[in-house]
Design a protein around this ligand. Structure first.
Ligand SMILES: *Cc1c(COP(=O)(O)O)cnc(C)c1O
Length: 239
């Protein structure tokens, strides 16, 4: 266990260094970028160590794994992000522990999240997941709404009881015009985000960048990076 603690501390220090360096290069304050550690597939004991090491934001992508983990860690001062594709039948559970849902990509999900947030007496921050590989009116392979669907969905979140519009999220696409070009993808996300803020000034979060491309995200102006592998190690497949 102490070995795991040392390993996580060293990995975190390396990631912290990468974020600081990227911020310095971009002329940004380190405080303007929040590190979210994606703990999917790793046990609650790792989440506990991360909390002891000062991490305040963690993310999960599957309700089946996240719900028991969040329950086991409910004594910790953590903000829980949900970043996975979300089925409406999981919304009641997710709304009970998640503080921020980053993968909002359809009106049906907004309706369900609103209902369950109100029922639980909670306020959920929602990010619209943008699929930069989706054609007009489509959803992306890994979830997300195409850029032309963002405005309507954002309005729906902003109007829904129990929900707050936090901003936008994306995953660098594997296909389409942005495949292999994370910087260009994240620049596009930032551009869509500034358009969104014209109508929703409080929607300031821009969540982009993972272990392999967090520098691109920081350079493009992301406010939140989501890092799994670089902190916790390579996941067994099915992460
Ligand atoms: C798993 C995951 C991450 C973290 O990916 P790594 O490459 O392990 O850093 C970030 N965002 C989402 C949506 C994920 O599912």
């Amino acid at each position: 266990m102490t070995d795991r603690r040392t390993e996580l501390a060293e990995n975190l220090a390396r990631v912290e260094d990468r974020i600081s360096t990227a911020c310095a290069k971009a002329g940004r304050n380190r405080d303007d970028v929040t590190l979210i550690v994606v703990t999917k597939t790793y046990p609650a004991s790792d989440v506990r160590i991360l909390s002891e090491l000062g991490i305040r934001h963690v993310a999960e992508n599957r309700d089946q794994d996240a719900a028991p983990k969040a329950a086991a860690c409910s004594d910790l001062p953590l903000t829980w992000h949900f970043v996975g594709q979300l089925q409406t039948n999981k919304v009641r559970s997710v709304a009970s522990y998640a503080d921020i849902v980053q993968s909002v990509d359809r009106v049906k999900l907004v309706t369900a999240l609103s209902k369950e947030a109100v029922r639980a007496g909670r306020e959920l921050d929602c990010l619209i997941q943008v699929a930069l590989d989706a054609e007009s009116g489509e959803r992306g392979d890994r979830g997300g709404v195409g850029p032309d669907g963002v405005a309507a969905l954002a309005d729906a979140v902003a109007a829904a009881d129990g929900l707050r519009l936090g901003g936008l999220m994306t995953v660098a696409p594997l296909a389409g015009q942005y495949a292999g070009r994370p910087r260009a993808a994240f620049d596009r996300l930032t551009e869509i985000a500034s358009g969104l803020r014209a109508g929703h000034p409080a929607a300031k979060m821009v969540s982009a960048g993972m272990s392999s491309d967090l520098e691109d995200a920081v350079a493009a102006g992301a406010t939140h990076v989501r890092v799994g592998t670089a902190v916790l190690g390579v996941r067994p497949r099915l992460g």
